[in-house]
Design a protein around this ligand. Structure first.
Ligand SMILES: Cc1cc2nc3c(=O)[nH]c(=O)nc-3n(C[C@H](O)[C@H](O)[C@H](O)COP(=O)(O)OP(=O)(O)OC[C@H]3O[C@@H](n4cnc5c(N)ncnc54)[C@H](O)[C@@H]3O)c2cc1C
Length: 381
């Protein structure tokens, strides 16, 4: 049997590793990614802050070969579930089981003039460009926020604002910098509930960051350095940092996997798509929660879903009990000053239970995140 895994990010990488361990040698595990390197996104903001070099948070995907996983460096251009074939720039492959883990694509072009004008930290290269822009910034108006929903890691833009505030304080120029945070969301991290949202909003405001919820970005005017929002509001800026719009990759849509939904609808327990033996995990998948909200796009879920899918494909092939994805996840919230918060939640619970762990903001969580980064990269590469 051959399992083809599309995407070597968090979800695809973990699936490939676990499946290889669980299956006997006669079964093939093949992973395709257009990149040659894996980049550890939870550390991108640390790279922007100058706390990590790219070499510390990237790993070669060719390392998969040593584990008996066939790695193909190629771009997926067509997925045909009817013939069970996938076309890539490095050839065509057939499969018995397919795991689609192609993530969400960044689409800055969806907002007029955003490309090339707004900085972001959603790719390693962009995070390094933002690092240079921040280092060269000596004062003025910072506009930071979210251009549209959904986006990966609901906490990341809030962490970015707090870390930039910390950076300018350390440089002694905070009094020369004003901060406006904009987002189409009604509150920070709506899926986490009003208590956590209020806590983050208060944290921003205590640090002198003005918070503008329900501000849906319409256009960026790079010449005037001005943002326009759908209800007519305007925000001027000297430095613009905006989470770009996200999209499902076209190749996934063209395969008929989305059925008109923004991402790939899957069974919330098994991550099965509507096609036989085709799974979608991580950011590319759409998991609806009991109240209609979507499970956030986060690595912690991509990882947990990968475990379930690897286990169940192996159980199908070799026999054994199946397991279910339980919707549990957690996230760190970096706040600067060497501190962080930590939230964990049961996203399938009704009502959802998301809690901030005590101590609410502490050095402990910051150290825990450092440990997690080191452990994750060691464990999976
Ligand atoms: C700044 C930042 C901080 C974050 N912090 C956290 C955090 O602290 N905790 C957390 O849980 N999550 C965090 N996340 C979110 C997390 O990174 C994603 O949710 C996670 O990576 C999703 O995993 P995935 O496998 O679905 O997709 P990805 O990791 O995005 O992997 C998708 C892969 O598919 C490949 N690909 C895409 N299209 C093609 C194609 N056509 N052909 C071939 N290959 C293709 C890509 O190259 C990529 O390697 C953060 C994200 C960002 C940007």
């Amino acid at each position: 049997m051959k399992t083809l895994i599309l995407g070597g990010g968090i979800g695809g990488h973990v699936t490939a590793n676990l499946l290889r361990k669980k299956l006997s040698k006669e079964h093939e595990v093949l992973l395709v990614d257009k990149k040659t390197q894996y980049e550890f996104s939870p550390s991108f903001l640390w790279a922007t802050m100058g706390w990590r070099k790219p070499s510390q948070i990237t790993r070669n995907l060719s390392a998969l070969e040593k584990k008996g996983i066939k790695y193909v460096n190629g771009e997926v251009s067509n997925i045909d579930p009817s013939t069970k074939t996938v076309k890539t720039s490095a050839g065509e492959f057939n499969y018995d089981y397919l795991v689609v883990a192609l993530g969400a694509e960044l689409a800055p072009y969806a907002i007029p003039e955003m490309s090339g004008v707004a900085h972001h930290f959603y790719e390693l290269e962009a995070s390094m460009k933002l690092k240079d822009a921040v280092a060269g910034f000596s004062g003025g108006a910072v506009a930071i926020g979210v251009s549209s929903t959904p986006f990966k890691c609901p906490a990341a833009p809030y962490e970015a604002a707090l870390l930039l505030d910390y950076h300018f304080r350390k440089r002694g120029i905070r009094d020369k910098v004003s901060f406006q945070f904009f987002t189409p969301e009604p509150q920070p991290m709506p899926v986490a509930g009003p208590r956590i949202g209020n806590m983050i909003r208060q944290m921003l405001e205590m640090r002198g960051i003005s918070y503008h919820p329900n501000f849906k970005l319409a256009t960026v005017n790079g010449a005037k350095r001005e943002l326009s929002f759908e209800k007519g509001e305007k925000i001027g800026y000297d430095l613009l940092v905006a989470v770009p719009p996200h999209r499902v990759p076209n190749v996934v849509k063209d395969a008929g996997l989305t059925d008109g939904a923004p991402y790939v609808p899957v069974d919330k327990w098994s991550l099965k798509t509507k096609y036989d033996n085709v799974y979608a995990i991580g950011d590319v998948a759409l998991v609806k929660l009991f109240d209609g909200m979507a499970l956030p796009k986060a690595g912690v879920f991509a990882h947990a879903q990968a475990k379930v899918v690897a286990h169940n494909i192996a159980a199908d092939i070799e026999g054994g009990e199946k397991v279910k994805f339980d919707g549990k996840g957690n996230c760190f919230i970096e706040t600067g000053f060497g501190k962080a918060g930590f939230a964990d939640g049961e996203f399938y619970a009704e009502p959802r239970a998301v809690n901030i762990k005590k101590p609410s903001i502490s050095r402990i969580w910051h150290w825990e995140k450092i440990w997690f980064e080191k452990y994750w990269l060691w464990r999976w590469f």
